[in-house]
Write a protein that binds this ligand. Structure first.
Ligand SMILES: [Zn+2]
Length: 544
């Protein structure tokens, strides 16, 4: 059987380690001076390179190369560690019984001198799994370690390791891999495996890798197994979606954005788009529930420990969670859990999801407050079963219920205000650092327009009618004077173009956000625009 990719391409020297520059640089400097700590503590999410780094440290400690850059990866000692046959490297998996036994007689064993190298290196994986007595034995050894011993403790759960142990180690915190890191790694592997694969395809794999290299490589394994026969064919995004059966996280976060903004129309369009693309709606709903659970965890400050996504996705989710009323989030989860059940018995796969979306977007709660809870239902809907209520609303939308048009227009108008408030509060609460100033943006604005024009003429025309208003953390706020422009610019396809132009022009990741101008003239236009939107909904144009 062929080696799995993550073993085959395990980083063997420091330069092969991706995404942890703060760690590689520190280690490089120390190794160049032959400085080794008595004990290391490597912590971070799974699949981010802890075990690989531990082995690289072990190699550097026993590398016989005269070169400054260690480990060399070529000498006998380096080779033996790569092959897993080195006698001076003892790897203990604390999660298994064998580990516990080894820790018990550790104190005795550590006195034996190394066989081939300068140091005897103990790597203890999942160190948080040790029993209290094993921790004690380890601590005693760490208190008076023989000079020929190096301990490397690895864990995904540092909070479960006694502080007395951690304080005796040099600590390295591994970060979640970014999408860019994962793509870089996947590209290297694909090249070595002679697999031609589209960039968007790699991106989707990276997005589904939970921020870990190992997951990314396992997914790529799956892809390679599927395309073995047609290996000389380029693998496109659609193929990956088919093989992995996944949409990207963006599809999920986008839907949540629409729900939070109480935008019934866009939420329903979005669901239909996903269905039209041929995705399994049950799988999509499960992914959505997972995503919502992650939001709930982040909102309750346990996300760092329990949520496994890429660094970028984590930022997006944190941003969403910060602005989400917890009870509203619970309501969303309940609605889609119900939809998941209903999905098994329906002909139109997206219907239960549409009902859930309508139920959620037409809840009369302020999304900005976490204390208010839900305001009472309006007299029009009270007493009805939630399901009937939702069905009634669907009928409204399809234009079969003429009498409630006015109410619908009112609803659309009423929901707009909290969104504005939500967005300005969101901008205030972002924790990002200021990354560039407005003057620079204004200065380069003609350049941005030119670049956007080369992608899409009409979007450039819309952008021309806007004004860069402010930089708030990593958001560029555009003042927009017409709701129609706002809608066009914020359309995902267009926003992606504009944000990619930002990235090219400003060399930083800058998100786009539109704010409608507060001017009187624009206000009239805005109302017109909303009435138009509402009418489109009522005429059923948008959902047929
Ligand atoms: Zn070496």
């Amino acid at each position: 059987m062929s080696q799995v990719l993550y073993r085959k391409y395990r980083p063997q020297i420091l330069d092969e380690l991706i995404g942890q520059p703060h760690i590689t640089q520190t280690l490089k400097n120390a190794f160049a001076q032959n400085l080794f700590a008595q004990a290391y503590f490597l912590t971070g999410p799974k699949g981010t390179g802890k075990t690989s780094t531990a082995r690289i440290i072990a190699k550097a400690a026993n590398c016989t190369s005269k070169a400054k850059i260690k480990p060399c990866g070529k000498c006998d000692n380096c080779h033996e560690i790569s092959e897993g046959s080195a006698l001076d490297l003892i790897e203990i998996d604390a999660a298994s019984n064998r580990g516990i036994e080894e820790i018990r007689d550790l104190r005795e064993k550590v006195n034996f001198l190394p066989v081939a190298g300068r140091f005897k290196v103990y790597i203890i994986d999942e160190v948080h799994m040790l029993t209290p007595e094993a921790f004690n034995a380890l601590l005693k050894t760490l208190e008076e370690p023989p000079s020929h011993i190096i301990f490397i403790l690895c864990t995904t759960e540092p909070q479960k390791v006694p502080q007395t142990i951690i304080s005796r180690c040099q600590r390295f915190d591994f970060k979640r891999a970014t999408i860019a890191d994962l793509i870089l790694r996947l590209k290297q592997i694909a090249k070595s495996e002679k697999l031609e694969i589209a960039d968007e395809a790699l991106r989707l794999i990276a997005q589904n890798a939970s921020g870990g290299f190992r997951d990314a490589e396992t997914l790529l394994d799956q892809v390679i197994a599927h395309v073995k026969d047609g290996k000389n064919q380029k693998v496109e995004l659609e193929k990956i979606q088919e093989i992995l059966g996944v949409t990207d996280d963006q599809a999920l976060s986008q839907l949540v954005d629409y729900l939070v903004a109480r935008d019934t129309r866009l939420a329903i369009l979005h669901l239909n788009k996903i269905s039209d693309l041929g995705f399994n709606m049950l799988q999509f709903t499960r992914n959505l529930l997972e995503y919502l659970r992650a939001l709930l965890l982040i909102a309750n400050n346990v996300g760092e420990d329990l949520v496994e996504v890429t660094a970028e996705q984590y930022d997006v989710m944190q941003r969403q969670a910060e602005n989400l009323d917890h009870q509203f989030l619970v309501k969303i989860i309940e609605a889609f859990s119900e939809a998941e059940n209903d999905l098994k018995n329906v002909q139109i796969a997206q219907l239960p999801l549409e009902l859930a979306a309508i139920k959620i977007t037409q809840t009369q709660t302020s999304p900005t407050s976490s204390d208010e809870g839900f305001s009472p239902k309006s007299s029009e809907t009270s007493g009805r079963h939630p399901k009937e209520e939702a069905k009634g609303n669907l009928a409204d939308i399809k234009g079969q219920n003429q009498s409630s048009r006015a109410q619908m227009v009112k609803n659309v108008a009423a929901t707009d205000k909290p969104i504005q408030k939500l967005q300005s509060e969101a901008a205030k609460s972002y924790q990002y650092q200021k990354i560039m100033d407005l003057a620079e943006v204004v200065n380069k604005w003609p350049e941005v327009l030119r670049a956007v024009k080369s992608h899409n003429h009409s979007i450039e025309a819309c952008l021309k009618a806007t004004r860069p208003k402010a930089i708030e953390n990593n958001f560029l706020i555009l003042e927009v004077f017409y709701p129609f422009h706002k809608e066009r610019i914020e359309d995902k396809k267009h926003r992606d173009i504009i944000e990619s132009v930002f990235a090219e022009t400003f060399k930083v990741k800058l998100y786009l956000k539109c704010e409608l101008s507060a001017k009187e003239k624009a206000k009239d236009e805005k109302t017109q625009g909303m009435i138009k939107t509402a009418q489109e909904i009522l005429n059923g144009k948008m959902i047929e």
